[in-house]
Design a binder for this molecule. Structure first.
Ligand code: ARG
Length: 586
């Protein structure tokens, strides 16, 4: 709900109180945006639901309210429609005043949150020595966008990379490293094992084929747990190598995230189990220590256990998440914990959150949310694979997006003879367009569903795509170039005047940014912001087709230039919150 809607709601409540007595001053006026611009901007629907209680006809109720409604500074005279809907239409002068005020506001009318708080976004979180796959790409892109929106609203955001850097697989990896690259273990910076993912595969093969090797690997795990110096050294080398590989992706995507991997919580694991024991939640199940979950049953209808200590004494993914959750509440003092992972982990998090709740580890003022997302599918509707059937390497995927954007641009340049651009310009546009296209294609989907990955669709110049939005932005900049206008120098006292329908439509949309941002902040659905920006681009294009800018007379010329500038700044800000940069020309 935006400020305008908030104000109208208050005024309606006031009128309700005056019409029917104080006890009605808190009735929800059921104010919603009008479904059709024909009916105005908003509609209040409470008359129908009050009819029974008041024993009066809805239309009469609507009349009584409207007679007492004091909104002449905001709206035209309200109309009562059908059985008793109250239609409200904002006046041009109200809209103009609002626009002029956001025009001079660097935050474009989006206030800082009135309750800034510490929030943790746990995102990206790949696993050491394993492939960073498209699931991690989704987590990275969505988590980053969420963090950016929260930061913009003034929250103190901790971006955490819960890297899988601990666990029994390291026994296998380190033992294998000792075999194939013994020098790495004694010399500083001497890890030369090539592609780590390949290394993992080979180690796994060795592990699966040789029982003696399995025993060696198990002992290595014990040494790692005990903190043996050379084992820790090898572990660090592997983590460091992985980190370098992940960083390539983060740099390409312009992602900032603080690494705090699973190993960080290792010293805190025994206390998790002890405290669950003390809370009376722990049970023994086939030698393992578990908490039986309420409301989760297996196929046989038996309650499902959340294992927190395996029969061999080892801890697992859930134990670490319980420790992390406690640490984030107690030490980081976070008021909201947000976990961005694929929907496949929904049960894991539901289990962890339930156990933490039952153990009383979650204070009332702390909110914990899993932000799930669906799978990335190929154009055939199956899980995304390369043509050869392998998992797609993220690096290759991003490179291909940029390469395709490069090709598209060159062929467009060839169509226009007069357009010669430097190689540097082309490379930069291709990079921004390619990376933005991948990010935007992901963010613009309702994240809970699966989505089909299609280079052709995401790079299209028309439709709900990054290039479409980047074009709208570039158009605003080409207008100012053509007219030799410096938007920044339009001046503080430019007056926006609304005349044509297309101007009103654009203006009203520009005024809704604050509403959309607060919605994303609460519901953690970046696709709402994408939808908003897409509509903004469309409305701007319609405005541009219908309303001459540079060719109109003053004062409309300056007013329209100000609308172009406001659109440009809104697009730029909105896209930046999605982690997408803009281009002055493309
Ligand atoms: N490393 C995990 C994976 O690749 C994701 C971790 C998500 N965060 C968490 N706190 N469990 O699936």
């Amino acid at each position: 709900m935006n400020a305008t809607q908030e104000q109208l709601k208050d005024k309606l409540k006031q009128a309700l109180g005056e019409a029917f007595g104080d006890e009605y001053a808190d009735t929800d006026p059921m104010l919603v945006p009008a479904s059709n611009p024909k009916f105005g901007d908003y509609q209040a629907n409470m008359a129908l639901s009050l009819a029974k209680k008041l024993g009066q006809k809805p239309r009469d109720i609507a009349h009584l309210v409207v007679d007492r409604l004091d909104i002449s500074d905001m709206c035209e005279t309200p109309e009562i429609a059908g059985p008793g809907f109250i239609n409200l239409r904002l006046t041009p002068s109200y809209l103009e005043t609002q626009l002029n005020s956001i025009q001079t506001d660097a935050r474009l009318g989006v206030p800082i949150s009135s309750h800034p708080q510490r929030e943790i976004v746990d995102f990206s979180s790949p696993n050491i020595a394993k492939e960073m796959h498209v699931g991690h790409l989704r987590s990275t892109i969505i988590g980053d966008a969420i963090a950016r929106v929260l930061e913009f609203r003034g929250h103190d955001v901790l971006r955490l990379n819960h890297v899988g850097d601990w666990g029994t697989q390291f026994g296998m990896l380190i033992s294998y490293l000792r075999e194939v690259s013994p020098a790495a273990l004694t010399t500083a910076n001497a890890l030369d094992i090539g592609d780590l993912v390949n290394f993992y595969k080979q180690a796994k093969k060795r592990f699966d084929e040789d029982a003696d090797f399995q025993e060696t690997a198990r002992q290595e795990v014990v040494r790692l747990q005990a903190g043996a110096e050379d084992t820790i050294h090898a572990w660090k080398l592997l983590c460091e190598q992985s980190r370098l590989e992940f960083q390539v992706i983060y740099d390409l995507l312009d992602i900032k995230v603080e690494e705090r991997g699973e190993s960080f919580y290792n010293p805190l694991l025994p206390a998790v189990v002890d405290d669950l024991e003390k809370a009376g939640l722990l049970e023994e199940n086939q030698g393992a220590k578990v908490v039986f979950l309420e409301g989760f049953k297996n196929r046989e209808g038996e309650p499902l256990p959340l294992i927190v200590q395996k029969s061999d004494g080892g801890y697992n993914y859930a134990t670490t998440d319980l420790a992390a959750l406690r640490y984030r509440i107690k030490e980081d003092k976070a008021k909201r914990l947000i976990y961005v992972t694929d929907a496949g982990q929904a049960n894991h998090f539901a289990g962890v959150f339930q156990v933490a709740n039952r153990a009383n580890w979650i204070p009332e003022d702390v909110e914990i949310v899993h932000v799930p997302f669906g799978l990335v599918l190929g154009e055939d509707g199956k899980k995304l694979k390369t043509r050869a059937g392998d998992t797609v390497r993220l690096r290759d995927l991003l490179d291909e997006a940029v390469a395709r954007a490069h090709e598209d641009l060159e062929s467009r340049l060839n169509e226009v003879e007069a357009r010669a651009e430097t190689e540097e310009f082309i490379a930069n546009v291709a990079k921004v367009v390619g990376i933005s296209a991948v990010k935007y294609a992901d963010l613009s989907q309702n994240r809970t569903g699966n989505y089909k990955f299609s280079f052709d669709k995401m790079l299209a110049l028309k439709g709900n795509t990054a290039p479409y939005m980047l074009y709208a932005y570039a158009r605003t900049q080409s207008i100012s170039r053509k007219g030799n206008i410096n938007y920044e120098k339009l001046g503080e006292n430019v007056k926006i005047i609304l005349k044509e329908d297309a101007e009103f439509t654009l203006a009203k949309h520009l005024l809704q940014l604050d509403e959309v941002i607060t919605e994303v902040e609460q519901e953690l659905l970046p696709n709402r912001l994408c939808e908003y920006l897409y509509q903004l681009s469309e409305k701007f294009n319609q405005f541009f087709e219908n309303c001459p800018v540079l060719k109109s007379e003053e004062p409309m010329r300056t007013s329209r230039l100000a609308l172009c500038d406001l659109t440009a700044r809104t697009l730029k800000l909105g896209l930046s919150l999605l982690g997408i940069g803009v281009l002055e020309r493309m």
